[in-house]
Design a protein around this ligand. Structure first.
Ligand SMILES: Nc1ncnc2c1ncn2[C@@H]1O[C@H](COP(=O)(O)OP(=O)(O)OP(=O)(O)O)[C@@H](O)[C@H]1O
Length: 237
C-alpha cells in the first residue's frame, strides 16, 4: 500500500508541526446562549505517528478534531497547518485544503461509505474525490484484510470490515493526515483490534493519524495523547 502514497511533501512548508493550535476557543450557539466546547486550547500535533485526543464524554475531543479538520472555525485563537495560518482562510480555500489534504473517518462505519456503490467503487470514488489515481483495488483490499470483496455491496461487509474499508478510502485520497472520530466505538473488541491494526499500518507507512477516542485500547497504541477535560487541555503526554 505504501506505493499508493505520494512522495511529494504532504503539506510543503518546512519543519513546522502538522497542526499548531494556539489559545483556541470554540463556542456553539444554543437557544440558551453560547456554549463553550473548547477553552484556551493550545497544542501541537506532529506530522507523524498516532496522536489520540482523549477525555471523557463532552470534554471537547470531537470539537478539537473538527477544528483540525477545518470543519469548525474557532471563535477565538489561531490554527496553523504546516505553519500556514488557516484561521483566516476563506471558505473555499479551507474546503480545498480539506478535500485535497485531510481525510476524516467518523464513528458510524456506514456513514464513511457510499451505500449504493460496491467496495471497489467506493475506493475509486474516494481517490477521485481528491483527484488521485485510484490504483489497484485488489492491492488495497488485500492490505485491508478484505481481499476479493471489490464487487460486493458495502452492506455485505461487517461493521468492522466497513470501517477498515473507510480507512482504505481515506488512504486512497492520499491525504496529509487522517482524522478519525471514535472509529472503534461501534465495534466489538475483535473488530476494533483489526481496525487498530490498519491504523497502525497507516502510521507505519508514514501517514499521521489523529484519533478522538476514550477507548483505552486506542490510547494504549498512541505515540502522543492530548487529554481534554471540560474543554481544556488537562495533560499532554
Ligand atoms: N453542535 C453543538 N451545539 C451545541 N453544543 C455542542 C455542539 N457540539 C458539541 N457541543 C457541546 O460541546 C461540548 C464538547 O462536545 P464534544 O462532542 O466535542 O465532546 P466529546 O469529548 O467529543 O464528547 P463525546 O465523547 O461524547 O463525543 C459538549 O458540552 C457538547 O454538549
Amino acid at each position: 500500500m505504501a506505493e499508493l502514497l505520494t512522495d511529494e511533501p504532504l503539506f510543503p512548508g518546512g519543519p513546522a508541526p502538522l497542526f499548531d493550535v494556539d489559545h483556541v476557543r470554540v463556542e456553539y450557539p444554543t437557544p440558551a446562549g453560547p456554549v463553550p466546547a473548547l477553552e484556551d486550547v493550545t497544542a501541537t500535533v506532529a506530522d507523524h505517528g498516532l496522536t489520540v485526543l482523549a477525555g471523557p464524554s463532552g470534554s471537547g475531543k470531537s470539537t478539537l478534531l473538527r477544528v483540525l479538520g477545518l470543519i469548525d472555525r474557532p471563535t477565538a485563537g489561531r490554527v496553523a497547518v504546516a505553519g500556514r495560518d488557516v484561521t483566516t482562510l476563506g471558505h473555499r480555500a479551507r474546503r480545498a485544503l480539506r478535500r485535497d489534504r485531510i481525510a476524516l473517518v467518523v464513528q458510524n462505519p456506514a456513514e464513511n461509505l457510499i451505500g449504493h456503490l460496491t467496495v471497489g467503487q467506493n475506493l475509486r470514488a474516494a481517490a477521485e474525490s481528491a483527484r488521485q489515481d485510484p490504483g489497484d483495488a485488489e492491492t488495497a483490499l488485500d492490505w485491508l484484510g478484505i481481499p476479493g470483496t471489490a464487487a460486493w455491496r458495502v452492506e455485505a461487509l461487517s461493521g468492522g470490515q466497513q470501517q477498515r474499508l473507510a480507512f482504505g478510502c481515506a488512504l486512497a485520497r492520499r491525504p496529509a493526515v487522517v482524522l478519525a472520530d471514535e472509529p472503534t466505538s461501534q465495534l466489538d473488541a475483535a473488530s476494533a483490534a483489526l481496525v487498530l491494526d490498519v491504523i497502525a499500518r497507516l502510521v507505519a507507512d508514514g501517514v499521521p493519524v489523529v484519533v478522538a477516542s476514550h477507548d483505552d485500547e486506542v490510547i494504549t497504541r498512541a505515540d502522543r495523547v492530548v487529554r481534554l477535560r471540560e474543554g481544556r487541555i488537562e495533560e499532554t503526554t
